[in-house]
Design a protein around this ligand. Structure first.
Ligand code: MG
Length: 357
């Protein structure tokens, strides 16, 4: 799905997204899932074509014809597949949609959300200069967004954030470094402490839990982990060693909605706030993020966007738009309340397969 403007992060300039969709059918009911690991193995070790191949050769055959009584059971059936959380998530989320459709309730209600309306955040990648960035931030606050997230990378960090803070002294901001620093950059990272940021997201490498713990002990700004948390175990270990004070949960990155719920439960017991991220999915994939974001006790507005923020036309048959200042309302179901629009799906499909028990 092409993006209306390229999304620039420390990883790459992204011009389009590649998703893997799963349609899981049983008892005459179909559930849809979508994961978007990106078309390149840059955000994580996974990438869309790899996830697609793994889904075809290893994941789908393990589920075909099985009696599956819960999404956690599905996770156990897929557990011999090492790593690859996006591939496992594709099936996990499809089964969540299926379950909610079978019970004829919206997914967000099935998960325990009390209200389908979520206050979301605005998010800007690296852009062509500070004036452009300030203009974008101004329009986001004018539109009622309660907080703004800014991508940073070496060369686009302290001085940019200084200008931003000067222009918006009261705005709630945080920065996301997408793994682009090391502990050698601690002097730069510590300068960010003066800007009263809500958090710094994933400053160091995805495998560097210990380095994050060292950094956290030397910074005032809370460290949030994103790329580092690909499982419940990662979250448990990160919290045990003090590698972060807040966790970003993306259902795709952690292996599905089921694992997301496990991490939320663990973090809640440790009184560590979590918030929900997304990967630039269509409205199908965003729906799973949004459903999680409706749960009570979320620590921060999620990265979930109106469809028009990134796409000319969403691949799904319904689009998300703001329902109030900086707010998005979850579809009324059943399930996620949307599915791929057939003509869009046909026009954009690169490859597909179908297996039957
Ligand atoms: Mg992030």
């Amino acid at each position: 799905m092409p993006l209306v403007t390229p999304f620039r992060t420390s990883y790459d300039d992204t011009f389009f997204i590649e998703s893997v969709f799963v349609r899981l059918e049983s008892e005459g009911i179909a559930g849809w899932g979508e994961v978007t690991p990106w078309e390149t193995p840059l955000y994580s070790a996974e990438w869309a074509a790899g996830v697609f191949d793994l889904a075809r050769r290893w994941c789908a055959p393990r589920l075909l014809g099985q009696e599956v009584d819960s999404t956690w059971h599905l996770q156990r059936l897929l557990s011999p597949v090492r790593g690859n959380p996006f591939a496992r998530a594709a099936f996990d989320v499809a089964l969540w949609d299926w379950q909610a459709r079978k019970q004829d309730v919206p997914l967000w209600q099935l998960l325990g959300g009390s209200d389908g309306v979520v206050a979301v955040g605005a998010d800007f990648g690296v852009v062509d200069g500070v004036p452009e960035l300030l203009r974008l931030i101004g329009s986001a606050f004018d539109a009622g967004f309660g907080r703004v997230k800014l991508k940073v990378k070496p060369g686009w960090d302290v001085e940019v954030i200084r200008e931003v803070r000067k222009a918006f002294p009261k705005g709630v901001f945080h920065v996301d470094a997408n793994c682009s620093y090391t502990l050698d950059d601690i002097a730069i990272l510590r300068q960010l402490d003066e800007f009263n940021l809500a958090m710094i997201e994933q400053p160091l490498g995805y495998g560097d839990l210990l380095d994050h713990a060292k950094l956290a002990s030397r910074m005032k700004t809370p460290i949030c982990l994103d790329e580092s948390i690909a499982s419940l175990k990662n979250a448990q270990q990160a919290l045990e060693i003090g590698a972060c004070g807040i966790i970003n949960i993306k259902p795709g990155r952690v292996g599905g909605v089921s694992t997301a719920l496990d991490i939320l439960k663990h973090a809640r017991e440790r009184k560590v706030p979590c918030w929900i991220g997304s990967m630039l999915e269509s409205a199908v994939g965003s729906s799973f993020c949004l459903a999680l974001a409706t749960l009570p006790g979320m620590g921060y507005p999620p990265d979930i966007f109106p469809s028009s923020r990134f796409y000319e036309r969403d691949l799904a048959n319904r689009e998300y738009s703001l329902c109030g200042p900086g707010q998005i309302r979850a579809f009324e179901g059943p399930g996620i309340g949307c599915e791929p629009s057939p003509d869009q799906l046909e026009g954009m499909t690169i490859d597909s397969f179908s297996l039957r028990a």
